[in-house]
Write a protein that binds this ligand. Structure first.
Ligand code: FAD
Ligand code: 2HG
Ligand code: ZN
Length: 470
């Protein structure tokens, strides 16, 4: 009765909630408005939208049945993993043509992690398993899952596959896509496609697993994945350097890329970010006189990464007064904190516009001052904080000041990026935040091909409506 009342209040086909309850059990259909609301705002607080209820299936068959039921009722399904996505894709968006508010499907109960296969260096993980849980499982077997990012305690494997998450080790291992051996997913019509057998070589037609990577929940619900693991690197060294300009940083990174085989991260941030992080978190700056630009490099290996790093730097002039090094875990964690705490520190001063972009490495030095000027022109008095994975040409332009609905700064920054030969999304995806600008990075022919794929796999458009495709 409670379920029926909730469904009727929201204009739903009355029997959908009952059908879903029959699939997953009554306790796994959440319809109390205050509970549902806790799922409908994104991590940045910039995006929200109503859902009729939240459903939490515990296995692949239940996911498939939930989708089939929603498809038959022409009700949208919004897929949510850890809700750490930064482009609004995990919360309901506009859904013209569908019946009432969407169902929010949470993958939190699909969190199993299978035994680590130490023969193939692979593991099968449920879509709802967190990155941190997967990393722990891999390490316990002497291996490592090579993707790492600050949201590791909440971000899920399904979310990372859906967004093709990047993180801090792309420079060495590639992003999530490069770790995916195979995916299991439920499609919009309730059929399940599954490639969890662990075959590394398998040229039998279209690679549906890789099609699902980066599809942002628009083509299917990822339920599990077979993932590649790499050897655990017992030794790590982290060096933080203060430099004068972005151009000086990119030059140094180019040198290191050619000379440091163990290079596993190259991260950039700026004076304003260091000051904000220290203010917000209580950390003490690494050296007394603030630098304009900070470069954090990490080198890892089985033996002596610090020696390898110092050797690679030996021909260069490095200012010792603006240098900090760590090889022990607490020192490494401390140096990483200056970088990793940027996202939470920015959220502490407002609701940011997040513009995650890549540029060709050669133009980053020109882009950085240009984007600051452009932001000041279109949003005078706003605060721009920049950081990112400089080895990948990936800068996170965060702007605090303009209201959530005011998109002028988004337009200005993304147009500047496209004009310089960059991409409007490096690693966070398009979500609902950037659909209007997809055409800056994709041609008409590409968007038409993407739309054709979407229509073929999800003709009613029920999966993540309003996400990715304009
Ligand atoms: P959600 O936020 O729940 O969802 C993200 C998208 O994936 C949505 O469109 C959703 O519908 C879809 N989705 C989720 N699960 C599934 C599924 N099982 N099947 C199909 N679609 C699904 N990202 C990076 O790339 N690199 C970083 O370095 C990085 N650092 C971060 C640091 C912080 C502090 C935070 C808050 C975020 C960071 N992110 C980073 C962004 C975010 O963590 C990633 O995008 C991550 O992949 C999202 O995972 P999630 O489980 O939270 O997905
Ligand atoms: C990072 O690298 C994440 O810190 C988050 O991708 C970026 O908050 C952001 O804009
Ligand atoms: Zn990032």
């Amino acid at each position: 009765v409670v379920l029926r009342d909730a469904a009727q209040r929201q204009g739903a086909p009355t029997d959908l909630a009952e059908t879903l309850a029959a699939i997953v059990g009554t306790t796994q259909v959440l319809s109390d408005p205050s509970v549902v609301e806790s799922f409908t705002t994104d991590w940045t607080r910039r995006f929200q939208g109503p859902a009729r209820l939240v459903v939490r299936p515990a296995d692949t068959a239940a996911v498939a049945a939930v989708i089939k039921a929603c498809s038959e009722a022409r009700v949208g399904v919004v897929i949510q993993g850890g809700n750490t996505g930064l482009v609004g894709g995990s919360v309901p968006a506009a859904h013209p043509g569908l019946e009432g508010p969407p169902v929010l499907l949470s993958t939190s109960r699909l969190d199993s992690i299978g035994p680590v296969d130490t023969v193939a260096s692979q593991v099968t993980a449920g879509a709802g398993a967190t990155l941190a849980a997967l990393q722990r499982a891999a390490r316990a077997a002497g291996l490592e899952f090579p993707v790492d990012l600050g949201a590791r305690d909440s971000a899920t494997i399904g979310g990372m596959i859906a967004t093709n998450a990047g993180g801090v080790h792309v420079i060495r291992y590639g992003g999530t896509r490069a770790q995916v051996v195979g995916v299991e997913a439920a499609l919009a019509d309730g059929q399940v496609v599954s490639r969890l057998g662990g075959l590394v070589k398998d040229n039998t037609g279209y690679d549906l697993s890789q099609l699902l990577v980066g599809s942002e929940g628009t083509l299917g619900v990822v339920t599990a994945a077979r993932l590649r693991l790499v050897p655990h690197m017992a030794e790590r060294a982290v060096l933080l350097l203060g430099l004068a300009s972005t151009a000086a940083v990119t030059e140094l990174v180019a040198h290191l890329r050619g000379h440091l085989s163990g290079l596993s991260a190259a991260e950039i941030f700026y004076r304003e970010g260091m000051e904000l992080v220290c203010r917000h978190s209580g950390l003490t700056p690494p050296w007394p006189e603030a630098s304009e630009v900070y470069l954090l490099i990490e080198c890892s290996g089985r033996t002596s990464p610090l020696e390898e790093m110092l050797e690679a730097l030996s021909d260069l002039e490095v200012d010792d007064a603006a240098t900090a090094v760590a090889t022990d875990s607490s020192g490494i964690e401390r140096l990483w904190s200056y970088r990793e705490r940027h996202t939470e520190s920015v959220s502490a001063i407002g609701v940011p516009h997040k513009l995650d972009v890549t540029l060709p490495l050669g133009v980053l030095g020109e882009f950085e001052p240009a984007v600051r000027r452009r932001v000041e022109e279109v949003a005078p008095g706003s605060t721009a904080i920049l950081w990112g994975h400089v080895g990948d040409g990936n800068i996170h332009v965060n702007v605090v000041g303009p209201g959530p609905e005011d998109e002028r700064v988004d337009s200005a920054v993304l147009e500047l990026v496209a004009g310089l030969g960059g991409s409007i999304s490096a690693e966070h995806g398009i979500g609902r935040a950037k659909t209007a600008w997809l055409g800056l990075s994709r041609s008409e022919a590409e968007i038409a091909a993407m739309r054709a794929i979407k229509t073929a796999l999800d003709p009613e458009g029920i999966l993540n409506p309003g996400v990715l495709l304009p």
